[in-house]
Write a protein that binds this ligand. Sequence first.
Ligand code: ZN
Length: 250
Amino acid sequence: MLDRLFSQQEELQFENWTVKVRRRAFRRKLSIYLKDSQFIYVNANRTLSSKQILIFLEQKRTWIIKGLKNLEIIESQIPQVNFVEGELIPVNGSPCSLKLAPTVLRKSFGSLIENQLALHFPIKKYQAGLCPRDIKEGLQIYYRTQHERELQTKARAWEAKIGVRAAQFKLRNQKSRWGSCNRRRVISLNYRLWGAPEFVRDYILIHELCHIQHMNHSPKFWDLVESHCPNYQAAEQWLNDHGRSLDFLI
Ligand SMILES: [Zn+2]
């Protein structure tokens, strides 16, 4: 909520790139984020002028160009998913071949047998012919259901280990976040993580639960995360290297 009240977004032009500037009243310094090859993202204090921001970008020019080029390479390697039978879909960290099947039940569901993911659709819908949008929706339902099921068995255990208690868990399909925790202890997790290996989902869950204790990314916060998730850096690395490959379900 604080974020929304005190921030506003503006755009600048730096050579051929659009710079998205997010201003926050309490931000002390300027920082650049590269998360896709389309834009340069800057967080800045409200008092900083556009000119000062552009001077800063100019100083970091080499780093920015290198970063954007790397992102372009990563983006070009993202598999294209067309939502058709026989395609490979990431499930729990492994590519699984997609099969479509009818069911007498009223709702669609998925079932995984070895490396084949069967999506079952109500028979009438199946016979009428499935379009890519139906298949995408079926996959979203499957991811969400599976993630929910896993969370039910894991959330309480991790809460007990860390010594915190979330008020609520929400599974969502956020565009650019894997998880979040607000001051009311509501934790949102991205159900696209069902495509990632289990240790990555564990890390995101632990990360957000640790925010109940520390609402920041201070050294104390990271110590707590590491004490419960010693391989958290490997999970971060996985998300950096492969996280975009789950974008097909946005
Ligand atoms: Zn965090």
